[in-house]
Structure formats: C-alpha cells, structure tokens
Design a protein around this ligand. Structure first.
Ligand code: 7TS
Length: 411
C-alpha cells in the first residue's frame, strides 16, 4: 500500500478518502469501479457538510446574508470549473445534473433549433448510450440521420472513415473523449479541426477523460464539453455543460421556470442572460460547491502528476492481466486511459464480478451502457476494472489473485 511514485505518495493520498479504509466481505476494499463513479476526498465531504451546516439557503434570490454567502460560493465554484477546463468565461459553464443531462440539453435546444429533415449527426461506435439515444430521439423527430464512425479491432476510431462521413448535411459531431468501455482516448483536436474546417460544431463527452488528464477546452477547440461531477471526485447530481457563448446565446432555453427569465407576463416572457437562461429552478447548490471542493483537491495534487501515475498503473495492470491464460483485454488502443475491460474464456463476466466481490474487489460487469461496442467485438459483456489515482499496484495484484480464484472455481 505504500506505493510511491516520485513525489506522488499514494499511501498518503489514500488517507484523504475515508471510504477506501473499509473492509468489504471481510477483505480490505479494492475499489476498481471508478469509471462508474469515483470516491470522495474528505475535503469534498467537509464542503458539503459546511454548506448545509452554516450556509444553506437559496441562491440568486435573497438579499439576506446566508443567501448571499451561498450565491458567492455557488458562483465561486463556477469560476473554479472555468479555470479547471480553461474556458474563456464563467457564463459559458452551465450547471446540469451530469453528462447525460448536458447532452440532452444540447440535443433538445441546439439540436431542435438547427437539425432538420435530411440533416446528419456524427457519433461513433464507442459512445455511451447517453451520447446515442438523445440524438436518435432527435433524428426520429426531425427526420435526420445518425452517422456512426467505425472502430478497428484495437478500439480506435477510423479517422479516414470519419472524414468520409463529414458531408454538407452534417450539422453536429458528438464524440466521446475517452471510452468508458475500452479506455480509448480519441484524438479530439484532429476530430474537431476536421469538423470545423467544414463549419460543423463538435460536442465532446468528457465524462471519462476529465478525471484523468488536463482539459483545456480552448486548446481542444470544442464547441461543447460535458462531464459529471461524481466521476470527478465530487457529488452526484451535479455536472457541467460547457458551451461557447456564441452557441449558448443563440440556443433556446431547455427547461422553463424560475431564475431563467428576465421578465414574465401572460403576454410575453423574456429570458435571462447566460448562464441563468439554462438554470431553471433551484439548482443543486451543495453539489456545485462540492464540485468546486473536488477541483481544489485535484489542483493540489496536479492533473499532470495524476496522469503520469495512472499511466504507470495502467501499464502495470495491462502487463499483469496479459499474463493470465485465457484472459483477453478488450480495448488495446495506443492512446488509452485507465480502463481494463476483459473477457475470461467463456466465464460470464457477472460470475467474475460476483466472485471478485467476495474478495472485496469492486469492478463493473456488463455492457457498460455501450451495447454497440459489445456488438462490435461480438461479446455480450466484459468485466471492467477502472482505475483512479488512489489505486495501487498492490490492488492490481489483488485483482490478479481474485481472477486466479475465479479460474479455480471454474476449473
Ligand atoms: N458518457 C460516458 C463516456 C460515460 O462513461 C458515462 C457514464 C456517461 C456519459 C453518463 O454519465 P452520467 O453521470 O450522466 O450517468 N458511465 C458509466 C460507466 O461506465 N459505468 O457507470 C456509468
């Protein structure tokens, strides 16, 4: 447990995560389901408790002191997010429930406004269902078409095929930055550049990339970037839609109600400015503040150091799993984040997950809400270990021992 990588002292870092100290089924917890959701540092938990203990009130409404404190903290968190992803303006960041809501927001506003009969939206084979179904619903409604970029046997996008799919009918490209099922990291700058050279905007699903690498939306050049707070060591129920102001300003509101209006009468309602236009109703104030605290924590550790450490961990894990007879890693892209998706002979992944759980090891099994990926590889499901910076080589060793146990049971 005392893995130290340079100055990246994982044993010390683990002390910040109270949940990691527990035992599960009588064994020390080995939490390898970080792509589903991440664990929380104490400082993030403390921020939630502090908010509810000392400051709880509604934002942007009251002149009273608590309301102003809550508003200040809620908006300070937005500034933290802006700096974290290097957006140009605070009002380009919209608080949403998570990645899923962020994509649905864009589909129902930008999509409904700009995509019509015969138009095309490009996604890829490796999308999470939340970056497929909102576009399918829109396409059905509008008579538009979904075009899907294929992938190779390593799980890499076929960029030439992508380029061929871009046509005068393409109105939007929406692609995942890092695949949750395969770990593939897509070359977003190149993808965006090709779309932009044809005047097509790009949405990036950053749910799996932002916890593991430095994100600079201006350098990347994306028009929209969405992510979930809970995968970024923050609370559930909060996420971010980043959009370039020119797009957000032109888009109609998503939900209607309090706070998103400038004035209401029965004859005519006018809408508030960004970001409020897209934040109808009382928002997840504690969630936003918690997300800000998670970002403070990550900034202290440093995303570059996190990235370097996780690469080392992934290399170690890949090497260890590759030695297990009958185990096949699904997703072997050259550019890859900390996802180890695998199948083990004809043992059902759910059985693998259940036996590992008896050893205190938490992984996810199934299709990972990416059924087209499973179809592409001709498998119903995988077992998936997904890494975070608080994981250790010793935990990978435990995973290997756990898999050996699975093999014993089925031998
Ligand atoms: N996009 C990607 C790439 C994801 O991995 C996920 C969640 C989502 C979108 C949706 O995020 P949400 O926070 O709105 O639910 N992925 C997973 C997973 O891999 N296991 O559980 C959830």
């Amino acid at each position: 447990m005392t893995t130290t990588s340079g100055t990246f002292d994982v044993a010390r870092i683990r002390e910040d995560f109270p949940l990691l100290k527990q035992t599960v089924n009588g064994k020390p917890l080995v939490y390898l389901d970080n792509a589903a959701t991440s664990q929380k540092p104490q400082s993030m938990i403390d921020a939630l408790v502090r908010y509810y203990t000392t400051e709880n009130s509604n934002v942007h409404r009251g002149v009273h002191t608590l309301s102003q404190l809550a508003t200040d903290d809620y908006e300070a968190a937005r500034t933290k997010v802006r700096k974290f992803i290097n957006a140009a303006e605070d009002h380009e960041l919209i608080y949403v429930r998570g990645t899923t809501e962020g994509i649905n927001l864009v589909a129902q506003t930008f999509g409904r406004q700009n995509i019509g009969q015969g138009d095309e939206i490009i996604i890829s084979t490796m999308e999470h269902h939340s970056n497929i179904v909102p576009w399918q619903i829109l396409c059905e409604e509008k008579g538009a078409q979904l075009k899907v970029v294929p992938i190779n046997d390593s799980g890499e996008l076929l960029i030439d095929e992508y380029e061929k799919l871009l046509s005068p009918r393409t109105k939007l490209v929406s692609i995942v930055h890092q695949s949750n099922a395969l770990g593939t990291i897509n070359p977003m700058e190149a993808i965006i550049e090709m779309a932009h050279s044809r005047g097509v905007p790009v949405l990036v699903d950053g749910a799996q990339s932002i916890p593991h690498m430095t994100i600079d939306v201006q350098k990347m050049g994306c028009d929209f970037f969405v992510f979930s707070g809970h995968k970024l060591f923050g609370p559930t129920g909060i996420g971010i839609l980043y959009g370039k102001a020119e797009y957000l300003n032109a888009m109609p509101p998503y939900q209607a109600g309090g706070e998103m209006i400038r004035s209401v009468s029965f004859e005519k309602t006018t809408y508030n400015v960004l970001p409020h236009k897209f934040e109808a109703g009382t928002p997840n104030i504690a969630g936003a503040i918690g997300l800000g605290a998670a970002i403070d924590y990550l900034n202290d550790l440093g995303m570059e150091r996190i990235n370097t450490y996780e690469k080392e961990l992934l290399d170690y894990g890949t090497d260890c799993l590759s030695r297990i007879e009958g185990l096949k890693i699904i997703g072997t892209a050259k550019e890859k984040g900390g996802i180890l998706s695998f199948v083990l002979g004809d043992i059902h992944p759910h059985d693998i997950g259940t036996i590992l759980d008896t050893q205190g090891i938490a992984i996810r099994t199934g299709h990972h809400c990416a059924q087209p990926v499973m179809q592409r590889f001709g498998i119903p499901a995988t077992a998936r270990a997904s890494l975070a910076f608080y994981n250790t080589k010793a935990e990978i060793d435990s995973l290997v021992e756990g898999i050996d146990r699975v093999l014993e049971v089925f031998s």
